[in-house]
Design a protein around this ligand. Sequence first.
Ligand code: IVH
Length: 669
Amino acid sequence: MPASAPRRHAALAREIAAHDHRYYVLDDPSVSDAAYDALLRELRELEAAHPELVTPASPTQRVAGAPREGFTRVTHRERMFSLDNAYAEDALAEFVRRVEGGLPSGELPAFVVEPKLDGGSLEVVYEGGRLVEASTRGDGFVGEDVTENVRTIRGLPLSIAYEPRLTCRGEVLIYRRDLERVNEARVAAGEEPFANPRNAASGSLRLLDAREVARRPLRVLLYAVVEGPSLAATHHEALARLAELGLPTHRRETVVHDLPAMMAAIAAIDEARAAYPFETDGAVVKVDAFRHQDILGATAKVPRWAIAYKFAAERAATRVLDVEVNVGRTGALTPVAVLEPVQLGGTEVSRASMHNADYVANLDVRIGDRVTIEKAGEIIPQVVSVDLEARTGDERPFQMPTRCPVCDAEAVRVEGEAATRCPNRACPGQVKAALHHFARRFAMDIDHLGPSLVEQLVERGLVRDVADLYDLDAAAVAALERMADKSAGNVVREIDASRARHLDRLLCGLGIPQIGQVAARQLAEVAGSLDGLLAWTPEQAREAIDAIHGFGPKMADSVVGWLVDADTRVLLERLRARGVSRPQPRVEAAKEGPLVGESFCVTGVLTRKRDDVHELIRAAGGEVHDTVKAGTTFLVMGDKVGKSKLDAAKKRGTQLVTEQELYARLGVG
Ligand code: IVH
């Protein structure tokens, strides 16, 4: 080997690592792709000629050989905790008080506020300056060894100038702009695009073929040092030291000393996050001094020195191209803004609701306006404000139509009601919306009854109400466009199977105003069966419904009004004649259990089915309601909780608990 070879090898490796750092960490590329590839090629050739030069830290060694069978498990040296969540200033005030109370008197804490990155969590370990291990969070104690995959991430150095063991945690991400390219390629290859960067990142991290991982534009941003003995005494200094070592960090931390500054730092992140290259769904507040973190320690689930502040809703700015009017299942005409497509909460949004004519008039939304849209919870995005300063004068006001855009019936607006309605029950727009609702998971749960099928069934006159579904035969469905025999058979079988749902699911599916899942079940329990419900005289119905615990006058009026309506009765009779719905089993409320005397409302995107969560609460003696009302003691929150539920809870002094806290309290995993 020529004497110059080892030197050239080291120089090339160093130069490539420096370019990786500029490109992936500093976001400031310093060479063209071609020049970079030339360096890598030279390095490969040099190593091919002199294999003894290859080291694990060489840039050529990022990608491993054959795909693997599965991942081995790694026990984390320190538990990977998740974080407690806060949704409002009160909860942060409480956090600050608890932290101050937990420290020796006279010691005031400093806090770091930083973005909460929305990807997949990762632990990386360096030993002797080499990247030796990377693992997923798993259950917090034991994760999966994804070292080979993580080695392919070019923004993460394979070697650093720090000898002691260094254990860091961070998030694996795909930047929004990179996801666009990935999805274009996937679509071109006939694959499903990723729904959002988070799914793309965590899905990629767990691929079994590291060569495939290498093709995904993954990044790592580190947000914590767990072990790094001589690194720093505080979190913010530790982050700075990581950056000095060439490690990728989010570089967006702020040190604060009191609650007002904390709130301001959080608001600043909220303002800026639309411009971040990655998704951010909140801020994380951490006690800065490691010594303070140690004193505070952790509860069974979460550290006492950190908390996540979740932004209630995600917002984005865009332009209104047009306004369409949708017909809902109750005939309500909803103005919908057609938007210039914009990324919001990880998905592309091109439509946003504007609820009703008053809403449009109050905001004064015009076609052509710059607007802010917001997505809260499972709710569809809505227009929340108009940028009046951006007006050019070319904007056109929107007028609510006087006739139904689908069936041309004259629209009506009942005094005191916000909605303009199409009064025609046979309106195809209404029927389509009713069918969609009927088939939903929490209602009759009919798979495969998708939008295109519903559209055709109604347009061809095969289905005029939900009862008609039960008369469909497979041959008629198979004759529709884009329907294979097999899928037609599946749909008809699914519809048939839905006859066996309990009465509460049918009532949910019929969509009685004011009546949610919980109320439908209570109503089904007192009626017993569809026969029972139909057998009630109006007086009996009134008496039975008034006696249902938790039903206010509005709810009772709505059910009674619905039940005595002639159209409702015809529909219910038709459903009965087709054998739809089974009698409702009566489940006695548990008389004892940890939740006796408490009443709950469950909201947001949950990790289990909402029904199952309700069941857990009832089995523990708790009561469940669809909404937060006077006397609701707890609001159980999944992910992406809507603002209206939070506001109601705040107003009524309802305590907020996370889904996980509920499970912890019930001792379920
Ligand atoms: S610190 C003990 N900082 O959020 C504290 N976590 O809900 C450990 N996350 O599993 C976490 N951004 O994957 C921390 N700046 C940040 C974060 C962050 C995102 C994730 C992390 C964790 C989850 C907790």
